[in-house]
Design a protein. Sequence first.
Length: 385
Amino acid sequence: MKHVDEYRDGALARSIAGQIAREARPERVYHFMEFCGGHTHAISRYGIEDLLPANVRMIHGPGCPVCVLPVGRIDDAIKLARRPEVTLLTYGDVMRVPGTGGVSLMKAKACGADLRMVYSTLDALRIAEKEPDRKVVFFAVGFETTTPPTAMAILEAEKKGLSNFFVFCNHVLTPAAIQNILESPDVRKLDAIRIEGFIGPAHVSTVIGTRPYEFFAEEFQKPVVVAGFEPLDVMQAILMLIRQVNEGRGEVENQYVRAVTADGNLKAQDCVARVFELRDTFEWRGLGTVPYSALRLRTQYARFDAERVFAVVTVPAADNPACECGAILRGVKKPTDCKLFGTACTPETPMGSCMVSSEGACAAHWTYGRFRDRSRGVPERQAAE
């Protein structure tokens, strides 16, 4: 990619939209889920849904790693941060996610916890080196994209002989979540949502490649098109999905050829496999307990595992009963279906994780002024050009 403007050309976007309108059969409705929160934000930011015919509908998926963290794991991190000997480090979005009783890591920091925001795992290692008297815990969150840096940090900590660096691992896996959605009662029995295809995540796929999605395409006959985050990427992916549905195909296609290959980044995969192993089960916000959907440190790296060192035992905790974040993550509801959206719940006063994260669906709807409900007195902004 030489120039980003090449992927934001308005005239070309309208041309692709015209092609979509011509090829989308008027007698049927197309339901596609964009799994990744980055795609949700692109759709809202560039007004992509305004360019689509009414019978092509996009469903927001659970592809926001901060959003899918259950309340219990947030509570665990807060308990770690409150330990007098611990310095807890994490990325910025996580700090504002509400735990039990609305308490967040940011509020724990305000009450005296040693909690700091970092931009990378290298920042965490540097702090551990500079402050050997502190037990430095990195609150690791993310899909396959951010897992390799965590693995590298552990290997580097071993190389440097650091005894005060630990990882509270919450890395989760994209394919397991997609399978859970396709096997959920919402899709199979209750018919609460219809999904005819997926826009596959971009950054995740640079690491794992496109092969892991072949199972879903074959087993469930659901096409998957891996796409980039620019508006023309998303538009082209939607056109590719429509063509597959029209032709009765369920295949994996790669729109994001400039960055994604079939095999992905093998070095990154080897690094992750060296440090991590699968958990038997892991709880996701909105999806419940999903088997083989998350990672933990291998026994040989147990000395870096905060869960083992600090004997962390997660206590299941319920979401705010008025918050629809779980249903939004499953694709059953849209952000504006939540009574709290735009009233009690805003980016300044988030009630749920979907309004906090930069990849959350609620944050996308709020930030770009899409689908505002005027009956609640919430001002409707014009979509970004």
